[in-house]
Ligand binder design. Structure first.
Ligand code: ACO
Ligand code: OAA
Length: 412
């Protein structure tokens, strides 16, 4: 008798890693031995990126130098800007990032002196600007379409009376090599989070907005053998180049069962005006055997520790938000999912409302996941290369056997 193997490689230990632990005892997440709770409370995304890519937490001087390196790496070469401008306005933002990263790979290829770690630094600083250059270029002259816009209390004061969003947009669209936004951004205090929000909104974001965004980047950075990381490792295992692993990771992250879930969550919760409506609709969907995005997990069985952290921040941001009802709506969905299915929210569920309250357009949610996960993908590509063996499992053949050859005229 043959024993049926679990689908989707569930429960299969597909290799070793020293980068992170996921779901030990059903819960818990560590990056190189550090608890996610500590990283999110005391650390920054730059420290997390350094830890993942270089294997240790940076000291004061190393962190300052790293931030300077990232700040310098955040500007886009002119040919790359042109390529991004040629992409259609309705292109999928994940494909824009795939094109952007691959195009950069043709301009700044991996070499002995330009290592995977160097390119990772370049990409985690430059992918946000790539996305936002393409975004603003195509929205030149359009009304602000950021849903919910940034809550008033989260906005930094702009004292010159100018409309920096319009300036940044127009300048990006004009094709000048350095946009007004980049010129004006305080590069001495560069953070990936602060720079992204600045380029999006055309003004410095409030401290709390930058901090919440920074924490979300920490939470999204790494997660063991998740689908996109595993796919990136498969690509690395063929001795392909670094950029190809990243392109693989982006393509795999896009799907709704993985990174795409945060956008699907937003599409769900914005359909409801009240918690009661959300609860009833969730019950109806479950009865119809539909998936509710942002719930469940392949590895965690008790809870996703990242969800507790981002949920708290989503609640805090909702206090200032125009459409603050999205937080109680989300809680109502969570309540039904726990009651009916004993399922808990994963990181994507409350990230959706948190990003929305920060004034981030829904179509950028999964690309932001890319900006962060580049760190984890890189750590895994480097680990795979250190002790490489081609990843090539076998399949149990279940197709037809020994068919007689059919001549052309015999085929239906
Ligand atoms: C950052 C991230 O990438 S986290 C993951 C993001 N993805 C999502 O949120 C998508 C929604 N969730 C899901 O589809 C799944 O929970 C996954 C893909 C995350 C994990 O999938 P699997 O490990 O294969 O779990 P599986 O599909 O076997 O689920 C077990 C049971 O729970 C149910 N279930 C799991 N997740 C959900 C959900 N979100 N909504 C409704 N039911 C669910 C399944 O239907 C299944 O029920 P059954 O036993 O009656 O058939
Ligand atoms: O681990 C997984 O399967 C998905 C996930 O939560 C992640 O990649 O962050």
């Amino acid at each position: 008798m043959t024993v049926k193997k679990p689908g989707g490689l569930a429960g299969i230990e597909a290799g070793e890693t020293a980068i992170s632990t996921v779901g030990k005892n059903g819960l818990g997440l560590t990056y190189r031995g550090y608890a996610i709770e500590d990283l999110a409370e005391h650390g920054s995304f730059e420290e997390t990126a350094y830890l993942l890519i270089r294997g240790k937490l940076p000291n004061v001087d190393e962190l300052a130098a790293y931030r300077r390196k990232l700040a310098a790496a955040s500007s886009l070469p002119e040919p790359l800007r042109r390529i991004l401008e040629l992409l259609p306005a309705d292109a999928h933002p994940m494909e824009v990032l795939q094109v952007g990263c691959t195009a950069l790979g043709t301009m700044e290829p991996e070499t002995e002196s330009r290592t995977a770690a160097d390119i990772a630094d370049r990409l985690l600083a430059a992918t946000g600007p790539m996305l936002l250059h393409w975004y603003h270029y195509h929205r030149q002259g359009e009304a602000e379409e950021t849903p919910g816009a940034e809550p008033e209390l989260l906005k930094a004061d702009t004292d010159d009376g100018a409309d920096p969003q319009a300036d940044a947009t127009a300048d990006a669209a004009s094709g000048s090599s350095e946009s007004a936004a980049e010129d004006a951004f305080d590069m001495d205090n560069y953070t990936v989070a602060g720079h992204f929000l600045y380029l999006l909104h055309g003004r410095h974001a409030e401290h709390i907005a930058v901090r919440v965004f920074d924490i979300s980047l920490i939470l999204y950075a790494e997660h063991e053998f998740n689908a996109s990381t595993f796919a990136a490792r498969v690509t690395a295992s063929t001795l392909s180049n670094y950029y190809s692993s990243i392109a693989t990771g982006i393509g795999t992250l896009r799907g709704n069962l993985h990174g795409g879930a945060n956008e699907a969550v937003m599409e769900l919760i914005t359909q409801f005006d009240t918690p009661e409506e959300a609860a009833a609709a969730t019950r109806a969907r479950l009865a119809a055997k539909q998936l509710i995005m942002g719930f469940g997990h392949r590895v965690y069985t008790v809870s996703d520790p990242r969800s507790d952290i981002i949920k708290k921040w989503s609640e805090t941001l909702s206090l200032w938000a125009e459409d603050s009802h999205l937080y109680p709506v989300s809680e109502a969905v969570e309540h039904v999912m726990r009651q009916e299915k004993n399922l808990f929210p994963n990181l994507d569920f409350y990230s959706a409302s948190a990003y929305h309250f920060l004034g981030i357009p829904t179509s950028m949610f999964t690309p932001i996941f890319v900006v962060s996960r580049i760190t984890g993908w890189t750590a895994h590509v480097m680990e795979q290369r250190q002790n490489n063996r081609l990843i090539r499992p076998t399949a149990a053949y279940v197709g037809p056997e020994s068919l007689p050859w059919l001549a052309m005229h015999e085929r239906r």
